[in-house]
Design a protein around this ligand. Structure first.
Ligand SMILES: NC(=O)c1ccc[n+]([C@@H]2O[C@H](COP(=O)([O-])OP(=O)(O)OC[C@H]3O[C@@H](n4cnc5c(N)ncnc54)[C@H](O)[C@@H]3O)[C@@H](O)[C@H]2O)c1
Length: 333
């Protein structure tokens, strides 16, 4: 058996973590032969809940789980970790302005970036789930200059999974028969879910989704809107935000980063933009990426329709604005 690796989940007393911790500890992300030491980071008012989570993890009797470290101290939470799931964030409360939300989160991700910089392994892979995920990842990376920028990412995999599920349902095929759907831009309602490069397996043959669906009005209309508004639809139905599906998506994201993507297939991740596809540089923008040896690479030269281009501009502008707002909060502190 390999040596255990340390993995941190922040917001460990919250609802996404409740599903996520179990999935990680079962070996769904790092493999069935990779022992784990789980670090659980939350804030002081949640210490009691955290104790309950620790009890439940013990009671799960999970073979790969060697130790659990619950803490409210980022310097303990991030110590020697190889992977970090940054789920904890300040939620939007009634009457809260967007700027207040951003400001509260900028402070959290500054502290966490600084702690990662000080005590995490330099090769740590950081996945930001807590919203606004893209800008939080940007802030975190900026405060961890000793860790390569490529090691910071934001989650748009839930959007990708939602989009793939919509196409699978439309075509009446299993989810494994759909791939290469792209989420461009911000994890917000300006994201652009793009089925233009996607493939679907129909009657034993991989076909372009555009051809197989044969309904551009759907692909540019109801499909995009359903994915963009799916989070709100879940909240309206469940009275709580997506948690099980968010946890599964976080596992998928880190799993593919750790293990690589299959030849010819790509996944979407929010990563530092190099300006590809006309996106603004140096924001965390969701692109299609291929992954090998734990390194992602933006898939280049994909043909982009004029419709897609206009959507990319919209979401890119929003990310640039969020980044500027975050920087102004940091400057004023
Ligand atoms: N990127 C995505 O696709 C996606 C999807 C769903 C939810 N989210 C976001 O994930 C986040 C968590 O969602 P949830 O449903 O688990 O929320 P939750 O409120 O149930 O849990 C959040 C937890 O984070 C903790 N927390 C707050 N500040 C912290 C800090 N500074 N350090 C450590 N922990 C801290 C809270 O105490 C709480 O236990 C939210 O920001 C939500 O908007 C993102």
């Amino acid at each position: 058996m390999a040596e255990p690796i340390r993995v941190v989940v922040t917001g460990a007393a919250g609802q996404i973590a409740y599903s996520l911790l179990y999935m990680i500890a079962r070996g769904e992300v790092f493999g069935k032969d990779q022992p784990l030491i789980l670090h659980l980071l939350d804030i002081p008012p949640m210490v009691g809940v955290l104790e309950g989570v620790v009890m439940e993890l013990a009671d799960c009797a999970l073979p790969l789980l060697r130790q659990v470290v619950p803490t409210t101290d980022p310097l303990v939470g991030f110590k020697d970790v190889s992977a970090a799931f940054l789920v904890g964030a300040m939620p939007r409360k009634e009457g809260m302005e967007r700027k207040d939300l951003l400001s509260a989160n900028v402070k959290i991700f500054k502290v966490q970036g600084e702690a990662l910089d000080k005590v995490a392994k330099k090769e740590v892979k950081v996945l930001v789930v807590g919203n606004p995920a893209n800008t939080n990842a940007f802030v975190c990376a900026n405060y961890a200059p000793s860790i390569p920028r490529e090691n910071f990412s934001a989650m748009t995999r839930l959007d990708q999974n939602r989009a793939s599920a919509q196409i699978a349902t439309k075509m009446g095929v299993p989810i494994t028969s759909v791939n290469n759907i792209i989420i461009w831009g911000n994890h917000s309602s300006t994201q652009y879910p793009d089925a233009g490069q996607g493939k679907v397996l129909v009657n034993g043959q991989w076909k372009s989704i555009v051809e197989a669906v044969g309904d551009n009005a759907f692909l540019e209309g109801a499909f995009v809107e359903t994915v963009q508004k799916r989070g709100a639809a879940v909240i309206a139905a469940r009275k709580m935000s997506s948690a099980m599906s968010a946890a599964k998506a976080a596992c998928d994201h880190m799993h593919d980063w750790w293990n690589g993507t299959a030849p010819g297939q790509f996944v979407s991740m929010g990563v530092f933009s190099d300006g590809s596809y006309g996106s603004p540089k140096d924001v965390i923008f969701s692109f299609p990426v291929e992954i090998k040896n734990k390194q992602w690479k933006i898939v280049g030269n994909l043909p982009i329709s004029d419709f897609a281009k206009s959507k990319l501009i919209l979401t890119g502008n929003e990310l640039q604005e969020e980044k500027n707002e975050a920087l102004s909060v940091l400057d004023s502190n």
